[in-house]
Design a binder for this molecule. Structure first.
Ligand code: ADP
Ligand code: ZN
Length: 303
C-alpha cells in the first residue's frame, strides 16, 4: 500500500510515493514559487502527483492517503498554514481543502519537525522508543515530541516549536520579537551571523565549522559556544519530557562528532540526575527524503 508524502519548504516542495516499508518509489521536487498564489502551487503539486501515479501504474483509489508536512505555525485543526515566516505567500492558506479539490483520499497535515519525528519512530533512530524528542538544528530549530507512545501535536499542531525557548536574553532579538531564543543562538543561521560578523565577510555555517576544525581560534570559540547553547536547549527538553533518547537531525547535525560530543558532555553535566544525565543523544537515521518520508508517515502509521 502506498501514500503520497508532500514536504513543503520555503524554497522547494518534495513530493514522493512512499510504500508501507518506507521505500520512496518515485519522487519529484518542485520549486516553491512564492510569486504565484498557493492555489497555483497546489495545481502544480496535483499535476506532479497524477504524473507519478500514472508512471507507476497506481490508481488514486489505491492510495492510503496524502500526508503534508509544512513549516509552522500551522492550524492543523482547520487544515491551514498559519503564519510561517519563510512561507509568507501561504499565510492562512487552507492547504488541505485546496488539495481535497483534486483528490478524494484522506489528507493529513502536520508541522514538518513533527512529521520528521514520526519518520524516526517509523523507520529510524527512535523505532524502539515510547518516549523521545527529535530536534532538528537547521536554518532554525524545531522539535517533534513523542511521549507515552503518542506524538504531542497540541491543539493546533504547533507543539514542539522549541526554537523560541529563550536561552540567552542578553543575545539579540529573534524574528519572533523575543531576545535570545534558542534558534537565535544555536542554529545554522546563528553560526553564519556570528562568524560573518567576526571575519567581516559572508561565512556559511559549513565553512565556519570547517574553520573551527582546523583550529581558527576565534571561530573555534564561537562554535564551541553554539554547541554549548545546543546543549542548554537539550537539557531543558530532557528535564521537561524525560525521554528515553534524544534524536538530533537537520543540516547542522551533519557536523557529526564535534557537535554530538559537546552536547553529550553538557547533558551529562547538567540534566537532572541521574536519569536525565544518562539520556542517549543520537543522530537522526533519516537524512535524504526525511521530509517526504515524514509526511508519508502521517498516513502510514497511527499517531
Ligand atoms: P532547512 O533549514 O531548509 O530545513 P537544512 O536542514 O539543510 O535545511 O539546514 C540548513 C542549515 O544547515 C544551514 O545553516 C546550513 O549551513 C547547515 N548545514 C547544511 N549542511 C551542513 C553540513 N554538512 N555541515 C554543517 N552545516 C550544514
Ligand atoms: Zn524567537
Amino acid at each position: 500500500s502506498y501514500a503520497i508524502g508532500i514536504d513543503i519548504g520555503g524554497t522547494k516542495t518534495a513530493i514522493g510515493l512512499v510504500g508501507a516499508d518506507g521505500e520512496v518509489r518515485a519522487k519529484v521536487s518542485l520549486p516553491t514559487d512564492q510569486t504565484v498564489k498557493p492555489e497555483v502551487m497546489v495545481d502544480r503539486m496535483a499535476a506532479a502527483i497524477q504524473d507519478i501515479l500514472a508512471a507507476q501504474g497506481i490508481a488514486e483509489a489505491e492510495l492510503l492517503g496524502i500526508g503534508v508536512g509544512a513549516p509552522g505555525p500551522l492550524n492543523t485543526k482547520e487544515g491551514k498554514i498559519a503564519e510561517p515566516p519563510n512561507l509568507r505567500s501561504w499565510w492562512n492558506f487552507p492547504v488541505v481543502a485546496s488539495l481535497a479539490r483534486h483528490f478524494s483520499r484522506p489528507i493529513r497535515l502536520e508541522n514538518d519537525a513533527t512529521a520528521a519525528a514520526l519518520a524516526e519512530k517509523w523507520l529510524g533512530a527512535a523505532k524502539d522508543a515510547e518516549h523521545f524528542v527529535f530536534v532538528t538544528i537547521s536554518t532554525g530549530i524545531g522539535a517533534g515530541i513523542y511521549s507515552h507512545g503518542k506524538l504531542i501535536t497540541g491543539a493546533s499542531g504547533n507543539a514542539g516549536d522549541v526554537g523560541h525557548f529563550v536561552v540567552d536574553p542578553s543575545a539579540g532579538t529573534c524574528v519572533c520579537g523575543q531576545k535570545g531564543c534558542w534558534e537565535y543562538v544555536a542554529s545554522g543561521t546563528a553560526v553564519t551571523r556570528q562568524a560573518s560578523a567576526l571575519l567581516g565577510r559572508e561565512v556559511s555555517s559549513k565553512e565556519a565549522f570547517d574553520l573551527a576544525a582546523v583550529g581558527n581560534t576565534s571561530i573555534k570559540e564561537l562554535v564551541a559556544k553554539v554547541f554549548e547553547n545546543i546543549g542548554v536547549g537539550c537539557v531543558t527538553l530532557i528535564n521537561t519530557f524525560d525521554p528515553e533518547k534524544l534524536v538530533i537531525g537537520g543540516g547542522v547535525s551533519q557536523v557529526g562528532a564535534p557537535l554530538f560530543d559537546a552536547v553529550r558532555d553538557y547533558v551529562a553535566k547538567y540534566a537532572l540526575n541521574p536519569s536525565g544525565r544518562q539520556t542517549p543523544i543520537v543522530p537522526a537515521a533519516l537524512h535524504q527524503d526525511a521530509g517526504l518520508i515524514g509526511a508519508a508517515a502521517l498516513v502510514h502509521i497511527s499517531y
